[in-house]
Design a protein. Structure first.
Lengths: 223, 223
DNA sequence: CTGTGACAGTGACAAAAGTCGCAGTCTGAT
DNA sequence: ATCAGACTGCGACTTTTGTCACTGTCACAG
């Protein structure tokens, strides 16, 4: 179990809590470990526990009957997922799987509810987190519906660039993973990357895309 | 401005409030009237007031530089919109326009904040509403990315069917509007409707789609 | 040092969606 | 009643995406 109390302080929801309350949260939390590829949550399942990524990287995704996958969001260390079912008690809206070996803390819905009721600060943080998620999803809809694949791929590369600067964990997305993020097929991502390379925005070094010209990439994002 | 106190009780956020608090809300609310086609909010603008549709129908949408429009959601009477900026203070994530002559109540961000802080019930309702919006958007992403146009159109028709039964306001969507909902072009919607007609699920009577076989339509939704 | 498997590179082809250009039709306003 | 504007119906054509079927590389395990 060994949930670390200090780690809990990094959960956005609980940043404002005192030592005593945090200890209470720790008592409610369970630690789980996953290997790359492990399924953490299945779409449609009930349960609705709040999950927090202590370390590693998690993808939230939907799968079609034909087997196509759409990633809704990548969850890096320090962030929560499955918030919605934890709050409204409904089924999981999407599946979750580990992209890297990951350590996840799990807090049951009932316990989370206790914490929210007891503390207005937690409630406020919940609202902020949900608002954030909504903005993120609106942006995703905009991308899927209003941009072509190359622009989406450019955006993904910029996001990765930023993420790898903030945390030097430096996870490398495969083309297959980018395809799932962009809602398209692997080959199409390959073409898009080549296009971006010809535009001089990136360089492909042994399969890895290296950002050469952030500005140009940003331009291509909306082209 | 003749905001009706009783109407405010229908706002999900304020359903639990007492008469006194409702009067307070009424004092904070401003009524606005819009004609069909009027722009209510512009994407990117600051301001972030909460809007409540007293009567009429409002669309929330994004527009691309090329002029293509993607509707994120239709807001019927009795529901709020622009919640996210009202809660987090950021810019409007999308634009809003009236599809029918509409009466809208507007509550400023600061006032909403006062109400939330003063009442845990309001805070809880806010969380529920946001969770709901998130589920809706996840479904939209799924549709855009994992379904083809015909399935999306089938879904829109079912939604309309249901909406027109709940409230007999019976607004008729044009193909252009369905196209914006489905994230595609008007002609493509026309083709999809023809396809659904050939499948025996609907009938086209002078441009209007009439649902004949709900079951079949539901099937085509995931085909 | 040699398989094995996971990724990337690619060209050819298929299918879905988007675009054009008009021709009808319906409706509400003058 | 008639006219303008908004909406629908279609066919032809283009573009973008998606799919297939391989090949080439690289890295790690045995």
């Amino acid at each position: 179990m060994s949930v670390e109390v200090e780690a809990l302080r990094h959960i956005p929801y609980f940043a404002q809590l005192g030592q005593k309350e945090l200890a209470q949260v720790a008592a409610m939390s369970v630690e789980r470990r996953y290997e790359r590829g492990d399924l953490i949550l299945l779409e449609g399942d009930p349960g609705g526990a709040l999950h927090y990524v202590r370390s590693g990287l998690v993808k939230i995704f939907k799968t079609s009957s034909a087997g196509k996958e759409q990633v809704l969001r990548l969850i890096a260390a320090g962030h929560t997922f499955n918030d919605v079912p934890a709050l409204d008690g409904g089924p999981n809206p999407a599946s979750a799987a580990a992209l890297e070996p990951s350590v996840v803390y799990v807090i049951r819905r009932a316990d989370l509810h206790t914490l929210i009721v007891a503390s207005p600060e937690v409630a406020a943080a919940v609202v902020q987190t949900l608002a954030n998620a909504l903005r993120h999803l609106v942006a995703l809809v905009e991308d899927l519906s209003l941009r072509h694949v190359t622009a989406r791929v450019a955006k993904i590369l910029l996001d990765q660039e930023k993420a790898s600067q903030e945390a030097p964990s430096s996870y490398h997305l495969t083309q297959q993973e980018m395809a799932a993020l962009a809602g398209t097929a692997r080959e199409v991502v390959g073409r898009a990357l080549k296009e971006l390379e010809q535009a001089g925005a990136i360089e492909l070094r042994q399969g890895r895309a290296v950002v050469l010209d952030r500005e140009r990439l940003l331009l291509l994002t909306s082209a």
